[in-house]
Design a protein around this ligand. Structure first.
Ligand code: FAD
Ligand code: FES
Length: 155
């Protein structure tokens, strides 16, 4: 205990914020968590191709004025051309996007389309639910306009 000014038990949102504020104030902090990942209720889990929110899905009054900020996500603005797949463009830009079959069949790369036009190389092998809820498979999708997509984290 001599080595720390404060011990924070639990790395949920409360513990994480408390530890960060103490660190920002110059304190030496030990943050202990009994689970194998931080986050507490602010977490998600994966089953197959799907990621489920455990609880928290919305934070208010977070981030700087005019920039609410994403909690765990990064935003990338990349250049792509219509002769390469969206996955290739992301990889060329150094983004570690998920992929397995790279042929449109497994759905592992499925990403939510927010905006933009696209073409699919060959047959559209997406599950009905992916097509219905406007998910694309970047491994076999070519951009026909600027596109905005939400890509799941590689785990
Ligand atoms: C279904 C649901 C939906 C929600 N939706 C929202 C929402 O949309 N927006 C919102 O703002 N809030 C939401 N909340 C509330 C929000 O998720 C919680 O208020 C917040 O995440 C709690 O953070 P916390 O740090 O207080 O506790 P927790 O997240 O519970 O964290 C406590 C941590 O302490 C660890 N711990 C416990 N005991 C020990 C020990 N002895 N040693 C070491 N570690 C320990 C636990 O493993 C855990 O990681 C929701 C909650 C639920 C259940
Ligand atoms: S990596 Fe299998 S569908 Fe894209």
């Amino acid at each position: 205990m001599d080595r720390y000014d404060a011990v924070v038990i639990g790395a949920g949102n409360g513990g994480l914020v408390a530890a960060i504020r103490l660190l920002q104030g110059g304190a030496k902090v030990l943050l202990v968590e009994k689970h194998n990942i931080p986050g507490g209720f602010a977490t998600s889990f994966r089953r197959g191709r799907f990621e489920f929110e455990a609880s928290l899905h919305e934070l208010n009054d977070f981030g700087a004025a005019g920039n609410g900020g994403d909690v765990r996500d990064e935003t990338f603005d990349i250049v792509a051309n219509s002769c390469e797949t969206v996955l290739t463009a992301m990889e060329r830009a150094g983004i570690n996007a998920p992929s397995k079959c790279r042929a449109g069949g497994c759905g592992y790369c499925h990403s939510r389309l927010i905006d933009g036009k696209y073409s699919i190389a060959g047959a559209d092998k997406r599950r009905l639910a992916d097509a219905k809820f406007v998910f694309i498979h970047p491994c076999c999708t070519y951009p026909d306009s600027d596109m905005e997509i939400e890509v799941p984290a590689e785990v």
